[in-house]
Write a protein that binds this ligand. Sequence first.
Ligand code: SF4
Length: 86
Amino acid sequence: MAYVIAEPCVGVKDAACVDACPVDCIHPKKDSEKFAENELIYIDPVECIDCGACVPVCPVSAIFAIDDLPEKWAEYAQRNAAYFGK
Ligand code: SF4
């Protein structure tokens, strides 16, 4: 299992989750050149330890455990993984 960042993040990219994540698996970061060119940020599905720490800090409730990901945003599981080439 892993957590997934879905559509509510698009165009928001608050990135509070980046600082909340204990294993540094949410990218790109604000100081990365890739930050501007991506419409949302992503969780590495292999590195994520399913702790849930990122969920409450997201101001737009964009982060879901994959089992709870709304069907309409199912594609975001692949989009998150694809960013990391996984
Ligand atoms: Fe990071 Fe935990 Fe969120 Fe996974 S669930 S992205 S490990 S804060």
